[in-house]
Design a protein. Sequence first.
Length: 291
Amino acid sequence: MCVLKDLSPSCTISDVKEEYHKKFSKLYPERQSFRLEPRGKAVKDEETLESLEVKDGGKLYFKDLGPQISWTTVFLVEYAGPLVVYMLLYIRPAIVYGPEAASKPYATVVHIAAACWSGHYAKRLLETLFVHRFSKATMPLMNIFKNSGYYWGYGALVGYFVNHPLYTPPMYGDAQVYTGLAMFLFNEYGNFVIHCALRDLRPAGTKERKIPYPTSHPMTQLFRFVSCPNYTYEVGAWLSFAVMTQTLSVVLFILAGFYQMSVWAIGKHRNYRKEFKDYPKGRKAIVPFLL
């Protein structure tokens, strides 16, 4: 496709992308992927041509990753959606539930559930802005539609039934509601602590990766058993929400979420073990001792 001349052996793949961008202005660096073989694995931005044994006259194979969008933008859109959708259903709009729905009494658990749901997604939005550090700046544009469809759709499904005028409180009353609430708050806090611990492993502005270990904070002890305790706590939070609300729609939400988080956790666990030869052997991906 082109020949890049102004490169030295010490140039990185990031430098290659900048030079390529000069020749093809529409293909900005985040949209580019280079590999040593046509079907090979993409090489990392920080690798040099010398380390890859790409010499004068050598070849790199280019792949267009398609239009990209920042991770921050994707997360803000996908997390704001379920927050807005759920709270709109919480006020029981006449177009959804009928003209007299808003005047019917709310069970106490409905208010608690709304506070938990909105608190969870408000936390996620704030973490996106102030806590998370991403190893990659962008992701494919189409991901925003796939991810938002999941979060927005389940926000509508869960919100519709929990806020429905015919919703009935859990079988065991306040004992079940407040047990579920306590469990939910515990897991939400654990999830936040893990996110902060993971942030501290990567200095700002870098792509550095380290093995996560428990810190002095007791909530991080879960690192002894799983590679992705943030997902473990996330699943625990929604299981608690299911206990608190006792609705089938929440169970469906948990099953879908657990499947997706398990896929992510297993992938990250595999990468940890491949990248770090001294990675703790006793850890599982997401469920202690099992998965």
